[in-house]
Write a protein that binds this ligand. Sequence first.
Ligand code: AMP
Length: 473
Amino acid sequence: MSFESLNLHETLGRALTAASYTEPTTVQEQAVPAALAGKDLMVSSRTGSGKTAAFMLPALTLVLKAREAQRAARAAQAAANPAAAGAEQPREPRDFREGRGRRDNRFDGPRVYTKPTGPTVLVLCPTRELAMQVAKAAMDYGRYVPNLSVATVVGGVPYPAQLKALRGPLDILIATPGRLIDHIGAGKAVLDNMQMLVLDEADRMLDMGFIDDIKHIASNTPATRQTVMFSATFAGSVGNLARELLRDPLRIDVASHTDTHADIEQRLHWADDFTHKNALLDHILTGREVEQALVFTSTQRDAEVLADRLAEMGHSVDALHGGMPQGRRNRVLQNLRSKRVRVLVATDVAARGIDVPTISHVINFGLPMKEEDYVHRIGRTGRAGRTGLAVTLAERRDFGMIQRIQRFTTQRMPVATITGLEPKRGEPVATTARPGGKPGGKPFGARPGGFGGKPFRPAGKPFAKKAGPRPAR
Ligand code: AMP
């Protein structure tokens, strides 16, 4: 299928050509025509599959149509009553004087002052980073849409700029649920004219406890809206939410967590202890094939401490986690994109929206808390047609989680070693009974001997010593 056959607006076609996209990805092929036809959608597709364009191209199409309709209405009004249309210009209406309106000069024809009308499209995202990423995609794909107005409303940043943006004119609003609820509560967010609601990474938003916020936001939007929901899974509460918010949805399941991730090579290194794990990391990071690396830790503190240690070793490195102020997080991401930073040490939530195609390596230094986060993590590499390497460094105590991840992805992580840094102890194997009495089985490459079920003492104390301050970067 070609982009031409999607019959997109000429401005969008030009943007795709400028982005050097030659053909739609699978999710775009399936979701774009259905969304353009006005269908509600439930979509599961892996990160890096092009899902942002899958909803942003139809969203921008709606924006263009809404403008066309407004332009036609203005023209009809002017034709019916030319005197009134002309007379309106020099007068400053009450709304504008009170600061609630804004001059809307995006359209052809007479310039008029309008009340805030709110966005045509609202996208809800779980994290600030993802919201920023979606906003960037909106500006990229909408780069030839004249005066396109895209705003983000996310937590952790000051209110005034957001209030100004909400007064409009506004085409696409991208928000995290918590902050948008604040604005709705204060009567500052108008959602009456919204035509499309997009829920991106809905499963993640529910994990983060946003379910009531999402329902409240949806109840403030027109019932006639189109709703598009993206989620890794539609099981359980996400499915219930979909049933509540979507009308006769089309289900699109492009790829699931059991995807083979053909563009991402996965490797598992067993480490004897924490010191060994650090040595493996140091060896990998000094490799010339590392263009940029994203190193995951389990906690914010671990991210800080590890970034400090790597900086002391001379790496251009920064940390990214949810405990950092938004301004700093934005600067870190800018530094990553502009390649001023080669190694980024991050936690799961903070790294969720990162889309930097030059990330050649994802390294799991600390394992994720949930197996689905492993899939999100490795999806940060192998993007936009490139290949990537996802390396997991595990100690024996991580064996349970490694098994859970392998069961979740239904794939084995191939075990690898580095010459001179081989583990002294053999590879752990599954036992017939797991702690808690549940049958463990021998799912992946289990072999007799080795770790068995014996208790072991985690060797090395993670981050026992606080490293010195990072040199100025
Ligand atoms: P996403 O899944 O939306 O995060 O997109 C992953 C990456 O694929 C982004 O870097 C996009 O710019 C890129 N991308 C999206 N659609 C296409 C396409 N049709 N052709 C080539 N690259 C694309």
